[in-house]
Write a protein that binds this ligand. Structure first.
Ligand code: PLP
Length: 401
């Protein structure tokens, strides 16, 4: 590539998505006729509920829905998000604090774009969702990761956050229930983080996309409810993808103070404008309706969660704690490194190499922990059919021997 053709430093510093990389390799293998069991994708394997699809189909046929909507979203959807926040999180917000985005992902991107100046630091508790550090870098900020392992239930301690805090610390991510750990932070941790943020004037970016996927009687602790004083410095990111099996519809939202919401809408107005009207109508039906569909999915996920934890712990050299939320298991696989595996005696030095071998030799796709700030771990999504899950675990165990 000639010098004049080089792409921007901004894009060159961004790492490709680890999750999508494994997924596309697994899909390519499948396309070539190989029977791959995919634990890579982070999406429910259920169809979007019929009543939501029906609402979208009806909306599609009405020409009044074929136009731009206001950039921050349809008024009825913003109102429904405000009502849902009161119902689920237990505190009041007004519709003009809501901006409807192209998935939760755009909400994450916008939150950082409107907050971060060059050199600002953002604390990211690790293991983290792979997009966070890249979105921080795209905003000109510096990701500062703080790791907590399974022995701490993957929950950060205030001591660790304090050790990472500098005069440049601008924000901290909170993601409970978590992708990739499946941890549901205790209310005590959420309170401590919220109070710490208030004391040190740190913005809180709370990603609540897995809020309804909790098990064993665990409940999501919403930081805006647990620490009301944090609300002026809180940006919530959420969406319909995981609760209503609507990953492909691309509807999320951001909630902030009115100036934050106005800033996000200003940015979005020059970037993507409104989310597709018909998708917003579908999201409106979802958000303003019941939570019955997610209750059904939760039941199915719960069964698979137990099966996968059992299956993983049955593999010699794999240790997996029981996740309490989302649909991921993040086992420690360090005992599988640097030793012969499979009938070829292949050796993996890193979890990244292990994921590659597992895919190539056992036809099982899992995502290496490196993409989540967790080398030595593999992430298994259990949002797949029960039979596939069982077969994947059988292959993993047999391959390791
Ligand atoms: N936040 C977390 C933690 C996620 O795992 C995901 C998707 O995998 C998202 C946000 C974004 O979801 P979407 O953009 O599909 O709404």
């Amino acid at each position: 590539m000639a010098e004049w053709q080089t792409l921007s430093d901004r894009i060159n510093c961004v790492a490709p998505s680890a999750t999508l990389a494994v997924d596309s390799k697994a899909k390519a293998m499948k396309a070539s006729g190989i029977d791959v069991i995919g634990f890579g994708a982070g999406e429910p394997n259920f169809p979007t509920p019929d009543y939501i699809v029906d609402a979208a189909a009806a909306a599609c046929r009405d020409p009044k829905n074929h136009r731009y909507t206001p950039t921050p979203g349809l008024p009825q959807l913003r109102k429904a998000v405000a009502e849902k926040t009161l119902r689920d999180s237990g505190y009041e917000i007004s519709p003009d604090q809501v901006v409807v985005t192209n998935g939760g992902k755009q909400a994450v991107y916008e939150a950082l774009q409107i907050l971060i100046n060059p050199g600002d630091e953002v604390i990211i508790p690790a293991p983290y969702w792979t997009t966070y550090p890249e979105a921080v870098k795209l905003a000109g900020g510096k990701p500062v990761t703080v790791f907590s392992g399974p022995e701490n239930g993957f929950e950060p301690t205030i001591e660790a956050l304090e050790a990472a805090r500098t005069p440049h610390t601008k924000a901290i991510f909170v993601n409970t229930p978590s992708n990739p750990t499946g941890a549901v932070w205790s209310e005590q941790t959420v309170r401590a983080v919220g109070e710490w943020a208030v004391e040190h004037h740190v913005w809180v970016l709370s990603d609540e996309i897995y809020e309804h996927l909790t098990y064993d009687g665990e409940k999501t602790a919403y930081i805006g409810a647990v620490v009301p004083e944090v609300r002026d410095q809180l940006i919530v990111m959420n969406g319909v993808a995981k609760t209503y099996a609507m990953t492909g519809w691309r509807v999320g939202w951001l909630i902030g103070s009115v100036p934050v919401a106005k800033a996000a809408a200003k940015l979005q107005g020059h970037m993507t404008s409104n989310v597709a009207d018909v998708c917003q109508q579908a999201a409106f039906t979802a958000v303003s309706g019941s939570l019955d569909a997610v209750a059904m999915m939760r039941k199915a996920f719960d069964k698979r969660r137990k099966a996968i934890v059992e299956g993983l712990n049955a593999v010699d050299g794999v240790t997996c704690r029981t996740p309490k939320g989302a649909f991921y298991a993040l086992p420690d696989v360090t005992a599988l490194l640097n030793r012969p595996l499979g009938k070829n005696g292949s050796v993996a030095k890193t979890s990244s190499e292990l994921a590659e071998l597992l895919l190539e030799e056992a036809h099982v796709a899992a995502v290496p922990g490196e993409g989540f700030g967790a080398p030595g771990f593999l992430r298994f999504s259990y949002a797949l059919a029960d039979d596939d899950l069982a077969e994947g675990m059988r292959r993993f165990k047999e391959w390791v021997g």
